[in-house]
Design a protein around this ligand. Structure first.
Ligand code: SAM
Ligand code: SF4
Length: 324
């Protein structure tokens, strides 16, 4: 079992497979970054797999592949199969913008993928284009349909932004409810890489919008998930991820690995330790030592609390690097 310096059990590994992306979302990567990690510095799937085995053998039973856009990595289904064959019972998921999903959903499912989280911030083509930097809505919707058709589990992520898509919260709920899929509203997390003028909605404001059309009942957090669940009209469950409150850090169960091998203990902070050298050398003990050190130093909580944001302590970490 992996236990961090604050006594929390860590069983969840999120791997960012690339920081590159085919979208330029306002809250993540509005401009192409000044420089990408050179391709030769990216860990290969074989190298990543050395660490995946260390993590699974230590107690990780949930892995999410993210990015940047993970579907941009070639032979992704091959990597999924490697993980699935090593531990078939593992809870294996991807977070994607779904733009390229249509053509690969079946292959990913066949390789052992169980679930996808898909970002869908708007159902209006022009608003989606404003957020993502290009006209993508039709492709994203095709990807969602295909994932459902091949039998993959789907959850939708929406980041409500004031003056942009805040009027669509109920529309997204209707879209998800009709398809019997869960939506999770994510508070915008301020960071240095996002577009400067963005203003996110706080959880209480999101809930107030939902209450305009519906009756809701608080259900609580699902295990260590950062998502707080609500029951809408007594029958449909949706989630709210509210990092501006610290209570979800209390049960944090996750660590993050970047595409070049930096192991990151907390989404907010810059601190990281590299496993690249160890995995390139096939040094399992070395990788396990880095993991133990990162767990020991994992911060108690993030710094997105409302007071700290007002003091303009903005995270320097890029979401496209850590995978959110
Ligand atoms: N490209 C994939 C996608 O968009 O789903 C995976 C990577 S993306 C960084 C992972 C998640 O982080 C997405 O759901 C996205 O909406 C969310 N995200 C990115 N920047 C964010 C921010 N500043 N605040 C809140 N959520 C953010
Ligand atoms: Fe790309 Fe996802 Fe970031 Fe949007 S949120 S720019 S889709 S990595």
């Amino acid at each position: 079992m992996l236990i961090d310096g604050h006594g929390r059990t860590v069983n969840y590994l999120r791997i960012s497979l690339t920081e590159r992306c085919n979208f330029r979302c306002q809250y993540c990567m509005p401009e192409k970054p000044f420089s990408w990690v050179p391709k030769e510095n990216l860990l290969t799937f074989e190298e990543l797999f050395v660490f995946v085995k260390v993590a699974i053998d230590g107690g990780v039973n949930k892995i999410r592949l993210t990015g940047g856009e993970p579907l941009l990595r070639e032979n992704l289904d091959g990597f999924i199969k490697m993980i699935h064959d090593y531990k078939p019972g593992i809870d294996l998921a991807i977070t994607t913008n779904a733009y390229m999903l249509d053509s690969v959903a079946q292959r990913l499912k066949d390789a052992g993928l169980k679930r996808l989280n898909i970002s869908l911030d708007s159902l209006k083509p022009d608003v989606k284009a404003k957020i993502a930097g290009k006209d993508v809505l039709a492709g994203v919707l095709r990807g969602i349909d295909k994932a459902l058709e091949v039998g993959l589990g789907v959850k939708i992520n929406m980041v409500p932004l004031k003056g942009i898509n805040d009027g669509e919260i109920l529309d997204i709920i209707d879209f998800c409810r009709e398809r019997n899929i869960k939506v999770r509203f994510i508070e915008y997390m301020e960071n240095e890489h996002a577009a400067g003028a963005l203003v996110g909605m706080h959880g209480r404001e999101i809930l107030a919008k939902v209450k305009e059309g519906h009756y809701i009942k608080a259900l609580g957090r699902e295990g260590a998930s950062p998502s707080f669940n609500y029951l809408l009209d007594g029958e449909y469950e949706f989630g709210l991820i509210d990092p501006h409150k610290h209570d979800f850090c209390e049960s944090c169960n996750r660590i993050r690995l970047t595409a070049e091998g930096n192991l990151i203990p907390c989404l907010y902070f810059d601190e990281a330790m590299s496993i690249a050298e160890s995995v390139k050398a096939g040094d399992i003990e070395g990788a396990a030592d880095v993991l133990a050190q990162v767990l020991k130093d994992k911060p108690k909580e993030n710094r997105w609390s409302e007071e700290e944001i007002e003091q303009r302590e903005i995270s320097k970490r890029a979401f496209y690097e850590t995978g959110g």
